[in-house]
Design a protein around this ligand. Structure first.
Ligand code: DO4
Ligand code: MG
Length: 284
């Protein structure tokens, strides 16, 4: 089952996505936020119990899908795929041993990525910094976690990154990772999938420039070195998320070193089992 946050005639609502073409508006059933669904003991059972036939069905093309976050903080795990470790070790002699060590350390790398209100949704641009020269998308599975620390759903994340800034000095990581429109999420949340099934999913990314594909790559969620529960356990250690949280799980697709994003490029990320998130690039 897939749930979304959408805008229709000026009002922001929560809905169920049906058949990739229709949004069932949940507001007449008294459900006005995604969080109220995500915090249910069993979100799929709760939604299955609603009489959907009496609810408005809106064509997907006639609503504006919004980033599927309300008050959840967005965090990101890093160096969870061998490919990410290798690329980052090549990127910087200076930081190579830090990436090498964190890949195999008990404690994962986890960093703050975005406040919910700053997240780009499916119709927003993603940003590249005006002071960076090497900018890439990072296509990542995003875990949607409730306040109790349970993974209740999944969405697609783009952890936009300025590799030249990160490569110059690891202490610049927050600037390489956290800036205007550096985080995109969407197009919706897939509920009710166990980790074993989600680990079968494939993540694909393509970058198009003036209609031509300049890069395409893919990986499998199963290449993530750590379990989801291990990542979530570290995120929630000595920490509270009263509205839940979203955790990006790291990138396993790294474009060649000669590839950098330009304004107006289109980044398309597809995760089987979820859907496709597409954003246009803007200099911020
Ligand atoms: O250590 C830097 C960031 C790593 C990251 O974002 C990733 O592996 O996806
Ligand atoms: Mg990343």
């Amino acid at each position: 089952m897939r749930i979304c946050r959408f805008k229709h005639r000026g009002a922001i609502r929560a809905g169920i996505v049906d058949q990739n073409s229709v949004v069932i508006d949940l507001s007449p059933a008294g459900i006005t936020s995604l969080t109220s669904i995500l915090e249910e003991a069993d979100p799929v059972a709760r939604l299955s119990g609603i009489a959907k036939d009496s609810l408005p069905r809106l064509p997907l093309a006639e609503v504006q899908l919004l980033a599927p976050v309300e008050q959840q903080e967005v965090w990101a795990a890093g160096v969870t795929y061998l490919r990410s470790k290798a690329a980052r070790m090549e990127e910087s002699d200076f930081s190579a041993s830090a990436y090498d060590k964190v890949y195999s350390a008990a404690r994962p790398e986890i960093f703050f990525k975005s406040l919910a209100e700053k997240v780009s949704g499916p119709t927003d641009p993603v940003g590249i910094r005006s002071d960076a020269t090497w900018n890439v998308p990072e296509p990542e599975l995003a875990l949607v976690i409730n306040a109790k620390g349970k993974v209740v759903g999944y969405t697609i994340g783009n952890d936009m990154s300025s590799r030249d800034i990160e490569g110059a000095n690891l202490l610049y990581l927050p600037q390489a990772k956290v800036y205007r429109q550096s985080c995109a999420l969407g197009p919706w949340i897939t509920l009710g999938v166990a980790e074993a099934a989600a680990r079968e999913w494939i993540i694909r990314v393509a970058i198009r420039r003036a209609g031509a594909e300049i890069f395409a790559g893919n990986t499998s969620v199963n290449q993530i070195k750590r379990t989801f529960s291990e990542l979530v356990e570290y995120l929630y250690r000595s920490q509270e998320f009263p509205h839940g949280a979203v955790l990006l799980t790291g990138t396993g697709v790294v474009p060649p070193d000669t590839t950098t994003l330009h304004a107006n490029d289109v980044v398309e990320i597809e995760i089987s089992g979820i859907g496709t998130l597409q954003n246009t690039v803007a200099v911020v």
